[in-house]
Design a protein around this ligand. Structure first.
Ligand code: GDP
Length: 308
């Protein structure tokens, strides 16, 4: 079974850890969001690609859901003493990843090439493709003005109201090599349980991706990041409202309108299933909160079972 997974960071990473336990990891091609990439201290940082990579490598900090387990923060402390911006926490081992990425990008490699090198060096068997090698930046409009995604997410801890979200640079970005081919030749395409606006939205905004999802003969299935009318974690609710989407599985279905063969929702949202089925989407009702490894694996199995 050839599988393509469109992925953000933390929600996607947990799901993918379950998926590679039930499918051959080398048959799972991950297309990662780069809309929340940033530059700090001269380093090129790709938080979502790294969260997925560290998680599949078994190196992620489980408590935080990002960064490397048991990392130290000496560099960050020293940068703070120098008066540098330290709002975005980078551990020392994590910094090695960003130093390496930055060095290789400066040597002329593309983000796709560097990402493939990094995941291979970390022993991750699933290809991880950034959505684009071009710069795309998710920006968040608040009553105080436009913020970079990480200013909103990390520095301001998702506090400000969200008025709008845009994907700067997406329109003229080129989809990364291999993404369209992977979607076209896949048996199953999974939209991971990720923020529909800030994680999957930027991937869908890269020209060519939507068309490929519509055209592919693959079974296209999404796992809802919304359970019982709220996000399991993070600012998905605020961001969905800003995009005129109801914070519910119906809102998730609307965000992916025209793309899905199936939507996987939580038992708490079983009541919505009939309404959704009426729109022609098949609905799988199961426990979609990944509280532990067993649930991650069970969810991955349920998602694959939704395919004919
Ligand atoms: P981010 O870049 O870290 O925000 O990464 P994602 O977008 O992949 O992950 C955040 C999203 O995952 C949020 O919208 C959460 O509601 C969702 N999420 C987190 N944990 C779970 C879970 O256990 N089950 C489901 N269904 N969704 C989850």
């Amino acid at each position: 079974l050839k599988i393509v997974a469109l992925a953000g960071g933390t929600g996607a990473a947990k799901f993918l850890r379950g998926l590679v336990a039930v499918a051959d990891p080398s048959d799972v091609t991950i297309v990662g969001n780069t809309g929340d990439d940033l530059e700090l201290w001269g380093l090129s940082i790709s938080p979502d690609l790294d969260t997925v990579m560290y998680t599949l490598a078994g190196r992620v900090d489980e408590a935080k859901g990002w960064g490397v387990a048991n990392d130290s923060f000496h560099v960050r402390a020293a940068m703070a003493r120098l008066g540098c911006d330290t709002f975005f926490a980078l551990g020392d081992e994590d910094i090695a990843t960003h130093l390496h990425r930055t060095e290789r990008l400066r040597a002329g490699l593309t983000l796709s090439q560097v990402t493939d090198e990094l995941r291979t060096k970390l022993g991750v068997r699933s290809p991880i493709l950034p959505m684009s090698d071009d710069r795309v930046r998710t920006r968040v409009k608040t009553p105080g003005g436009w913020l970079d995604f990480q200013e909103f997410f990390v520095r301001d801890r998702c506090g400000p109201d969200v008025v709008d979200v845009r994907y700067e640079g997406a329109e003229r970005s080129r989809v990364a090599p291999g993404v369209i081919e992977a979607i076209h030749t896949a048996d199953v395409v999974i939209l991971c349980p990720s923020n529909p606006v800030s994680s999957v939205g930027p991937i869908l905004a890269v020209p060519g991706v939507l068309g490929a999802l519509v055209e592919t003969t693959a079974h296209v299935v999404a796992v809802s990041p919304i359970v019982g009318g709220a996000a399991v974690s993070g600012p998905a609710a605020k961001m969905m409202r800003a995009k005129g989407l109801e914070v519910s599985v119906a809102g998730v279905a609307r965000a992916y309108e025209g793309l899905l063969d199936a939507l996987v929702v939580d038992t708490r949202d079983g009541a919505f299933a009939e309404d959704l089925r009426a729109t022609g989407t098949s609905v799988v009702v199961t426990d979609i909160v990944m509280a532990d490894r067993t649930r991650e694996i069970a969810l991955a199995q349920d998602v694959l079972k939704s395919a004919p």
